[in-house]
Design a protein around this ligand. Structure first.
Ligand SMILES: Nc1ncnc2c1ncn2[C@@H]1O[C@H](COP(=O)(O)OP(=O)(O)OP(=O)(O)O)[C@@H](O)[C@H]1O
Ligand SMILES: [Mg+2]
Length: 228
């Protein structure tokens, strides 16, 4: 088991109201999974991913990462876990504009506390996503699909326990979106990387091995697909 939500609720204060983003969610993600959170806008997908990625803490219930209850960790310790154990891929790529592709990927290694042989690891990670000839380009000099490949390399370079991706294809056209999904699935199958991502796109859902459906902050279905 890599990460787990146990009876998790999350509410956000909005003026005098409390928005209940999650209402008692139980979900476990094991090593090697390729799992998607699906569901309509506002159903709680991003909230659940942020909790599993230790970007946020629950209102009640428990979050476990590598068997450890996240509530027992200080903010600093949680930050260190995040930097070393979790790779993130965002809808809007979130690359640092003044850094080249290599420098963006290298930064993730530095934040994870990796000292030696960083340059080789960076080049290998970018080569694996098909960007060997783009190492020194800045994000503004790359297409959206290429920027998302840099983000995948940045997530994978530190060999994280899990990669969490919130709507990784939402800002890409369907051809680039499919290529990114295929690349993620290839990394899952060939290197055993665990992926947990979200989408409302049926094409993306169709490529997942497990679909957890959320509605109004609750899990309403959890299906494991036959291998395809
Ligand atoms: N920081 C916040 N403050 C207040 N309410 C929030 C906050 N973040 C999320 N919410 C609310 O919590 C609920 C769940 O939001 P969440 O972002 O998890 O949905 P989602 O499934 O990711 O939606 P989308 O598909 O549009 O990205 C929504 O009602 C949303 O308005
Ligand atoms: Mg969202």
């Amino acid at each position: 088991m890599i990460c787990q939500l146990v009876g998790v609720t999350k509410s956000y204060p909005m003026g005098d109201l409390l928005v209940q983003a999650l209402r008692g969610v139980n979900v476990s993600v094991g090593a090697g999974e390729f799992t998607v959170f699906a569901g309509p806008s506002g159903s709680g997908k991003s909230t659940a991913l942020n909790l599993l990625g230790c970007l946020d803490r629950p209102t009640s219930g428990e979050v476990f990462l590598d068997g450890q209850n996240v509530a027992t960790l200080s903010d600093d310790a949680l930050g260190a876990v995040r930097a070393r154990r979790i790779g993130f891929i965002f809808q809007s790529f979130n690359l640092i504009p003044v850094l080249t592709a290599s420098e963006n990927v290298d930064l993730a290694l530095r934040l994870a506390g990796v000292e030696g042989s960083r340059a080789e690891r960076v080049e290998k990670a970018l080569t694996e996503v098909g960007l060997k000839d783009y190492l020194h380009r800045r994000p503004s000099q790359l297409s959206g699909g290429q920027q998302q490949r840099v983000a995948i390399a940045r997530a994978l370079v530190k060999s994280p326990a899990i990669v969490i991706a919130d709507e990784p294809t939402a800002n890409l056209d369907s051809t680039n979106g499919e290529a990114i999904l295929d690349l993620m699935r290839q990394m899952n199958e060939e290197k055993g990387v665990t992926f947990l991502f979200s989408t409302h796109d049926p094409m993306v859902m169709a490529r997942a091995k497990r679909v957890v459906r959320l509605k109004d902050g609750e899990v309403v279905a959890d299906e494991v697909r036959a291998p395809s």
